[in-house]
Design a protein around this ligand. Structure first.
Ligand SMILES: [Zn+2]
Ligand SMILES: [Zn+2]
Length: 386
C-alpha cells in the first residue's frame, strides 16, 4: 500500500462505513461484503474479484489501529479524494499535479528527502493504469525468401510465439476444479507496505508476486503462473522487390491489445537466399557472363540468361575490355511505381587451364605475333609520379 493509495482510495466508502465507525462496525461491514464478493462465490467474475480486493485492502488498513491513523493523517493532509491525474505523469521527481512534496518535507536541495522517495512511488504508475486499455507489444520475426520470391513478392506463413494466458487453466494458475484464493500476506492488494514514519512505501508482495491471489493446487501445465507460451501462425504478404536484410512493418499484426487496446505491429526481417547466377543491386539484376579472350578481342554475340524470361543476346563489339558492363533495359526488378530496373551484364574473360595442342600452338603464335606490344611499357615510369 502506498501513500498514493491512501490519498486516492476511500477505504471508508469501500466498506460503506462512516469515518467515525468503531472497529466492530468495520469488521461487521467487511465480513458481509467479503462473503458477497468472495471469488469462490463469483467464479470468473472479474469485477467481483476487483471489488473483493478493494474490500480486503480497505479492511487491512482500517482494522489496524496504527495504519488507520496513518491513513486518516494522509487523507487530511492531502485532502480526501485527491486524485493523481493519470496520464499526465511526467516522471518529474517529486512533482504531483503541480504539488511539490519537496516543499513540504524539507526541502529543495535536499535530494535524499522524502519528496523524492514519494515521487518514486507516485511515478511508478500503479493502480488505475493497470485497468486501462493497453496496446499490444510490437513483435519481431524473420523469414527467408528465395531470390525469385523476393523479386516477385509472396505470401509467407509466419509462426509467432508469445506469452499469453495458460490455455489449461485459462490464466488462473489453479488446477482444474480449484480457484485461487486471496493472498493472506497482502490481503489481495499485491503490495506489501514498509513504513517510513507515518507514510507507507509499497513493494510488490513477495508471497504472491503482485497478483493478490495465491494458488494452493497449481495448474500442472503452467506450474501456477497462469501464463504460457503459445504460438499462432499468420499469413503475411511480402511486397515485391524486397532486399536482403530489409525490415518490413506489418501494422496491427503484432501482439493483441489488452482490454480493448489496439494490436501492436509486426516487424519482419527478410533474408534473401542468394541465386546461383543472379545478384541484385536495388532494382537492377546483375549477372556475370564468362567470355573468351577471342570473343572480347574479335567481337561476338553471346546468349545471356534473364531471370524468369527467355535468354537475351548481347553484341560484344571487337576490342571490348574485360569486365565491361552492358545494360539490358527492362530486365530487372519491378519497382513499386510500376517501372522496372535493368539487367547489368558484366563480361569476364575465362583463362583456360588446359589447352589442346592446336589451341596451344595458336596462343604461342599469338604471343610471337604480338611480341612488339608491351602492355607494361610505361608502367614503371608512371608509377614514379607523385
Ligand atoms: Zn500477496
Ligand atoms: Zn495453467
Amino acid at each position: 500500500m502506498s501513500t498514493k493509495d491512501y490519498v486516492e482510495k476511500d477505504y471508508y466508502k469501500a466498506l460503506g462505513v462512516a469515518k467515525t465507525a468503531k472497529p466492530a462496525e468495520i469488521k461487521a461491514a467487511y465480513r458481509k461484503l467479503a462473503r458477497k464478493y468472495h471469488p469462490d462465490a463469483n467464479k470468473g467474475d472479474s469485477s467481483a474479484e476487483e471489488r473483493f480486493k478493494e474490500i480486503s485492502e480497505a479492511y487491512s488498513v482500517l482494522s489496524d489501529e496504527k495504519r488507520r491513523k496513518e491513513y486518516d493523517e494522509a487523507r487530511s493532509l492531502f485532502g480526501g479524494g485527491f486524485r493523481v491525474p493519470t496520464g499526465q505523469r511526467t516522471g518529474q521527481q517529486g512533482g504531483f499535479g503541480g504539488f511539490d512534496f519537496g516543499d513540504i518535507f524539507g526541502g529543495s536541495g535536499d535530494n535524499s528527502g522524502l519528496g523524492d522517495i514519494l515521487g518514486g512511488v507516485f511515478n511508478r504508475g500503479r493502480g488505475t493504469a493497470q485497468n486501462r486499455p493497453r496496446r499490444g507489444t510490437d513483435v519481431e520475426t524473420e523469414t527467408t525468401l528465395t531470390f525469385g520470391d523476393a523479386i516477385d513478392g509472396t505470401t509467407v506463413a509466419l509462426r509467432l510465439t508469445g506469452e499469453g494466458p495458460c490455455p489449461t487453466c485459462h490464466g488462473t494458475g489453479a488446477k482444474a476444479g480449484t480457484v485461487p484464493r486471496m493472498c493472506p500476506s497482502c490481503q489481495g492488494t499485491g503490495q506489501s507496505s514498509r513504513n517510513l514514519g507515518s507514510f507507507g512505501m509499497s513493494e510488490v508482495c513477495k508471497e504472491c508476486h503482485g497478483r493478490g491471489l495465491v494458488v494452493d493446487d497449481p495448474c500442472p501445465a503452467c506450474t501456477g503462473s497462469g501464463r504460457a507460451m503459445s504460438s499462432r501462425t499468420i499469413q503475411a504478404r511480402i511486397p515485391a522487390g524486397v532486399a536482403d536484410g530489409q525490415r518490413i512493418k506489418l501494422a496491427g499484426k503484432g501482439a493483441p491489445g489488452e482490454r480493448g487496446g489496439p494490436a501492436g505491429d509486426l516487424y519482419v526481417r527478410v533474408h534473401v537466399k542468394p541465386h546461383p547466377v543472379f545478384g541484385r543491386s536495388a532494382a537492377n539484376l546483375t549477372v556475370t557472363v564468362p567470355v573468351t579472350f577471342a570473343e572480347l578481342t574479335l567481337g561476338a554475340e553471346v546468349k545471356v540468361p534473364s531471370h524468369r524470361g527467355a535468354p537475351v543476346t548481347i553484341r560484344i563489339p571487337p576490342g571490348t575490355p574485360n569486365r565491361r558492363t552492358f545494360t539490358v533495359r527492362g530486365k530487372g526488378v519491378r519497382r513499386k511505381d510500376g517501372t522496372t530496373g535493368n539487367m547489368l551484364v558484366t563480361v569476364e574473360v575465362m583463362v583456360p587451364k588446359d589447352l589442346n595442342s592446336k589451341a596451344r600452338s595458336a596462343i604461342e603464335e599469338l604471343r610471337e605475333a604480338t611480341a612488339g606490344q608491351d602492355p607494361r611499357e610505361d608502367l614503371l615510369e608512371r608509377a614514379k609520379e607523385a
